[in-house]
Design a protein around this ligand. Structure first.
Ligand code: SAH
Ligand code: SF4
Length: 362
């Protein structure tokens, strides 16, 4: 993969094409069907990062492809490896010169099996402007295409395959608000779960949203077994308005109603994300208020408490330690599942939008 994408190179990324478009292209130039299937498998199953990896194709066809297309929509600008926990973070350059971040988190599931989670971006920047979020503070540029989303996963899929491992989970928790880019996110989920391609289980994919009410209500129309996470962060509108300005459009009551609509249709457990900001939203009173809000969902709600990851312009203090434990305990006593999410990659600023800001500020 080239280090930068040449803006004078106008070839379309081949990874922009879905399976059907690829078949149409191949049929259009008179190729037999199995050639389209080979190209698709190389791109979407093996995740090759260079045309040279398509060794099963005749050299003339590879050349033909390369004349018309570039292979991927992304190039690696910065690649960081965490010394502390083996997580990795890449700043990808896009064709228009902008950049997005993707993180690979290595862990284990309950049975002790390796778990490789790719945290993808769905937009360049984010229009929601949450005040504790590096992405939110850096404004909004544009939506990503489905190909740009899928290519983030395929980069790490290819890397992991070299180690004999595979991507096990994908979370839309990088830069951007996925439910403000539903078309591309939906197409990306369809491509990632295509059994002929990467073949991820929909249950292994999580879409995290700040709570775009109409899109939460209609999430069940297309999400199948895909998981939903709601970024709540505050148990009352006064506080949430300060932390999540979109709350002024979609107050907590409306958001929770949308979640109920989703739950009635799917009966699938919903996660609530709650970033812990010391002295701002992490006191016992807020825990009790949160417990009151979520009690009606019973076992269908799970709260993820996320100690805030600091960044240069961040004006908050990380909530952690005994205060975080006490917060979780109040929820548990009220019958609500709660876990404190162990932060990964702190030494490579793995929280969303932080690397891009650091590089841009240098
Ligand atoms: N826009 C979507 C998805 C991307 S953000 C959303 O807000 O849900 C993914 C998660 O990371 C959200 O729960 C978000 O609140 C959280 N987050 C953002 N900045 C953070 C920071 N500095 N420390 C910890 N979590 C953060
Ligand atoms: Fe956007 Fe999510 Fe960051 Fe809020 S937390 S600004 S919705 S990316």
């Amino acid at each position: 993969m080239p280090a930068t994408l040449d803006p004078a190179d106008h070839r379309r990324p081949l990874s922009d094409l879905n399976r059907q478009q690829l078949q149409e292209w191949a049929a259009g130039i008179g190729l037999p069907r199995f050639r389209a299937a080979q190209i698709y498998a190389a791109l979407s199953r093996r995740g090759i990062q260079e045309f040279a990896g398509m060794t099963e194709l005749p050299a003339s066809l590879r050349r033909r492809l390369e004349e018309e297309y570039r292979l991927r929509a992304l190039s690696v600008r910065v690649h960081l490896h965490s010394a502390a926990d083996l997580s990795e973070k890449v700043l990808f350059g896009l064709r228009d010169g902008s950049a997005v971040e993707t993180v690979l988190i290595r862990g284990e599931n309950a049975g002790g099996r390796a778990r490789h989670t790719v945290c993808v971006s769905s937009q360049v920047g984010c229009p929601a402007g949450c005040t504790f979020c590096a992405t939110g503070l850096s404004g909004f540029t544009r939506n990503l295409t489905a190909g740009e989303i899928v290519d983030q996963v395929m980069f790490f899929s290819h890397r992991l395959q070299q180690e004999g491992a595979r991507v096990s989970n994908v979370v839309f928790m990088g830069m951007g608000e996925p439910l403000l880019n539903v078309r591309a996110v939906r197409e990306a989920v369809a491509r990632l779960t295509d059994p002929v391609g990467l073949g991820l289980g929909a249950r292994s994919i999580t879409v995290s949203t700040v709570g775009i009410v109409p899109q939460v209500k209609s999430f069940a129309d297309w999400s199948g077994q895909t998981n939903l996470a709601i970024s709540l962060h505050a148990p009352n509108d006064d506080l949430r308005n300060q932390l999540v300005p979109y709350n002024r459009h979609f107050p907590i009551k409306d958001l929770l109603h949308a979640v109920s609509v989703y739950l009635e249709r799917t009966r699938r457990r919903v996660s609530f994300e709650y970033v812990l900001l010391r002295g701002t939203n992490d006191r016992p009173a807020e825990a009790q208020q949160l417990a009151g809000l979520l009690r009606p969902y019973g076992g269908l709600a799970h709260v993820n408490l996320i100690p805030w990851n600091p960044f240069r312009e961040g004006r908050f203090i990380r909530g952690e330690g005994p205060d975080a434990n006490a917060f979780a305990e109040i929820l548990r006593v009220a019958g609500i599942n709660a876990t404190i999410r162990h932060s990964k990659g702190l030494d490579i600023s793995a929280a969303c939008g932080q690397l891009r800001k650091t590089v841009a500020d240098e």
